[in-house]
Write a protein that binds this ligand. Structure first.
Ligand SMILES: Nc1ncnc2c1ncn2[C@@H]1O[C@H](COP(=O)(O)OP(=O)(O)OP(=O)(O)O)[C@@H](O)[C@H]1O
Ligand SMILES: [Mg+2]
Length: 210
């Protein structure tokens, strides 16, 4: 069972978008998938409800409740945990015995980069991460590759203590599909396929750790 925690101290950076798309990808690959929602806002759980009637449904688990791990079915093959904004390194530590990898979305803006640096420093100091037992990957999200701002931000993120495992471009497809309980992996138009390519490196990275 591969367990992925999607987390950042920063709000609105794409945690739920990445968690739901990863969950859908895994379900579409035929894997029994759980989306554990550790955010009291419950957006990932609502996404699961909208998807419930599909063959590739994802089981929601309320991870804000004590003992939520016990509600993960034994046959689950993938568990994606979506955390809320404002999570601290000390709270990440509580998940660390349970997860294989952490995915941290980062928006390519100065304000977001500045807010994320202390969080990354704090998690880099956690023993299980220091020892390499839990891998951390950064996702540059909502990039506009043709802009100087995005290019400068990517250059800065390369200096962070963890690798960039994906650069996801900014597209309204994510919000449109999310509202329908869908993901970009549920569609096959040319434009959507080009956005699926943004995920290839991240999916290979997860496979390596799973
Ligand atoms: N690559 C992208 N392109 C365009 N819009 C995006 C992208 N990623 C996320 N968004 C949009 O940005 C907004 C915030 O994304 P999301 O809800 O995934 O962030 P979050 O980190 O889960 O937020 P919160 O901290 O509130 O839980 C949403 O409207 C979402 O549709
Ligand atoms: Mg969210």
């Amino acid at each position: 069972m591969l367990k992925v925690l999607v987390a950042s101290s920063k709000g609105g950076c794409g945690k739920s978008t990445i968690a739901t798309n990863l969950a859908a990808y895994s379900a579409l690959k035929g894997k029994a998938t759980v989306l554990a929602d550790a955010d009291r806002q419950g957006s990932s759980s609502r996404w699961c409800e909208k998807r419930a009637e599909l063959d590739t449904a994802v089981l929601p688990v309320d991870a804000t409740r004590k003992g939520w791990q016990q509600r993960i079915p034994e046959d689950a093959e993938r568990v994606i945990i979506d955390s809320g904004a404002g999570i601290r390194a000390s709270e990440i530590a509580e998940f660390l015995d349970d997860v294989d990898v952490i995915v941290v979305p980062v928006l390519p803006s100065v304000v977001d980069l500045e807010a994320t640096v202390p969080f990354l420093k704090d998690i880099a100091a956690l023993p299980r991460i220091k020892k390499g037992k839990v891998a951390v990957g950064l996702v540059a999200n909502r990039t506009k590759p043709w802009t100087n701002a995005s290019q400068n931000a990517i250059a800065e993120i390369r200096g962070f203590p963890f690798p960039i495992i994906a650069q996801l471009r900014d597209t309204q497809a994510y919000s449109l599909m999310n509202g329908l309980g869908r993901s970009i992996f549920d569609y096959h138009s040319e434009i959507v396929r080009s956005h699926q390519e943004d995920w290839e490196k991240l999916l290979r990275w997860l496979k390596k750790h799973g």
